[in-house]
Ligand binder design. Structure first.
Ligand code: CU
Length: 163
């Protein structure tokens, strides 16, 4: 065997060895390597997506504006609620409230933490509800004041699975 043929044989064996090592090692590496997405996601540090909702309006119409909401599971939202009408109104969607994680509700100089189930807004007040949707589904929204739901103050909130 001359030197060139020796090297050719050596390289052939080496490449086969590397292939075998690669095949054996790669499944383990695939399992051991943490998913970069999972490793870096912190729901509370995502930029909040701002969504506005008006409870009634200056003409005191009994409706939510808008009355359809679509959120995506795992994203962080800041729902900016305002009541520009002369009556108090509720933002009530208990099943939705159970399907999200609430970071806080800020109203005036007060920040409320913990599980929130409904908000009551007096005339000319605002509140910001920051949350992360957890469970997908479609949930009913209504104003709990007698007669308001029936008059049209209702809507739906959908949570879609994360893309
Ligand atoms: Cu109302």
């Amino acid at each position: 065997m001359n030197l060139n043929r020796f090297y050719a044989k050596f390289l052939q064996i080496l490449s086969i060895l590397l292939m075998v090592i690669g095949l054996v090692a790669s499944p383990e590496l695939a399992i051991a390597a943490p998913s970069p997405q999972l490793a870096t996601v912190d729901f509370t540090k995502q930029e909040a997506i701002e969504v506005k909702v008006s409870l009634s309006n200056g003409a005191n119409e009994l409706r939510f504006i808008p009355d359809r909401f679509v959120f995506e599971s795992g994203k962080r939202y800041k729902l900016l609620l305002s009541n520009p009408s002369a009556m108090k109104h509720y933002f009530t969607s208990k099943d939705f409230a159970d399907a999200i994680w609430t970071q806080n509700v800020v109203a005036g100089n007060v920040e409320i933490k913990g599980h929130i189930r409904e908000l009551e807004l007096r005339p000319n007040t605002n509140a910001a509800w920051t949350f992360v949707p957890i469970k997908s589904g479609t949930y009913e929204l209504l104003c709990a004041i007698a007669g308001h739901t029936e008059a049209g103050m209702r809507g739906t909130i959908s949570i879609q699975p994360s893309a």
